[in-house]
Design a protein around this ligand. Structure first.
Ligand SMILES: Nc1nc2c(ncn2[C@@H]2O[C@H](COP(=O)(O)OP(=O)(O)OP(=O)(O)O)[C@@H](O)[C@H]2O)c(=O)[nH]1
Ligand SMILES: [Mg+2]
Length: 317
């Protein structure tokens, strides 16, 4: 089993599927477990049962459009007598979720000359800084040299928090004093990363509300600064989204994708919610690939996302 990286594919850890299953256990029981319950003891698939099924899918936060399509397909199948039992309906749901996730998925554009510059953006507390700590660990285990850029110069203790992750991973972090212009830190860090021939430079940004236009413009300035030092940078801008916020996060996300040139999603805190189905709604509504999912607070709790593996980990017994 291989996983995709910005420098080509790498071999995945052998127990990736098991880790994913454990990480999304709440969603497994909240979605697939409840689908089983809907069918349990029912001999006939009638209107009541379909309504209950619809309710279950909606509560799992899959998104109304996807749920409506699934129900239409089931009804059509029943009319034509091509869909009969629980197993078939379950298979139909699984296939449809995969189809939706695949439609917004796509490979990362490989970076030909390092440093690969990745910027993480998102609202306050989504998990950006923690995710950078985990990404660093992951990239290092893929044999890459990583550097960090502390461009959250706003919040007190933000730089210290990132420094803890830098120390834990034994990597260099570029910082300035609190309150300095984030773009100036980006400029310094990119030059450093170039000089030291780092493979990755990961930029931590301050959490911000999508409604603050000056702060959104600041992200754009950081991108333009990066571009001046390393053509093509930032190669990836990942929007970090908290899965427990569910579909309420979609409106914020749309603003970020518009203002910050987001290229992919990292969905955090999947371990803490039964509404992990929101991955489907997010990928679909933003039409962006999900790159990683966060399944805990520890350094190893960030897993690469891949539609087939995700759906399999949800439905596999
Ligand atoms: N359970 C769980 N907790 C997580 C996950 N990712 C992050 N967290 C926790 O979420 C909290 C916020 O994480 P941060 O990394 O500080 O979030 P941030 O986006 O950098 O926050 P700001 O810099 O304030 O915008 C911390 O307590 C993390 O440990 C995850 O995948 N699962
Ligand atoms: Mg942070």
């Amino acid at each position: 089993m291989a996983i995709q990286t910005l420098f080509g594919s790498a071999s995945a850890e052998p127990n990736l599927l098991e880790k994913l299953k454990a990480g999304i256990q709440k969603t497994r029981s909240g979605l697939v477990g409840r689908i089983e319950e809907v069918f349990a003891g029912q001999k006939e698939i009638d209107a009541d049962l379909l309504e209950e099924l619809e309710y279950t899918l909606i509560t799992a936060d899959l998104g109304v459009r996807t749920v409506t399509e699934i129900l239409e397909q089931i009804r059509l199948g029943l009319d034509r007598k091509s869909t009969g039992g629980a197993a078939e309906i379950r298979g139909l749901i699984e296939r449809h979720l995969l189809e939706v996730l695949v439609a917004s998925d796509g490979p990362m554009k490989p970076v030909s000359a390092p440093p690969a510059v990745i910027m993480l953006v998102g609202i306050n507390g989504a998990g950006k800084t923690t995710t950078i700590g985990k990404l660093t660990h992951r990239f290092q285990s893929e044999g890459r040299q990583v550097m960090l850029c502390a461009a959250d110069t706003f919040r007190a203790a933000a730089m210290e928090q990132l420094q803890v992750w830098a120390d834990r991973n034994g990597v260099t972090m570029i910082r300035q004093t609190q309150g300095s212009d984030p773009s100036a830190v980006v400029f310094d860090a990119l030059n450093s990363a170039k000089a030291r021939k780092a493979d990755y430079l990961i930029i931590d940004t301050a959490g911000r509300l999508h409604t603050k236009e000056n702060l959104m413009a600041e992200l754009d300035k950081m991108r333009r600064t990066a571009q001046r030092v390393v053509p093509g940078a930032p190669h990836e801008v990942w929007l970090v989204m908290d899965a427990t916020t569910g579909q309420n996060g979609l409106e914020q996300a749309r603003k970020f994708t518009g203002a910050a040139g987001v290229t992919g999603i990292i969905l955090t805190k999947l371990d803490g919610t039964a509404k992990g189905g929101v991955a489907v709604a997010i990928a679909r509504e933003l039409n962006l690939p999900i790159r990683y999912v966060g399944v805990g607070e520890q350094i190893g709790d960030l897993l690469p996302f891949e539609p087939e593996r995700f759906v399999e980990s949800l439905f596999e017994k």
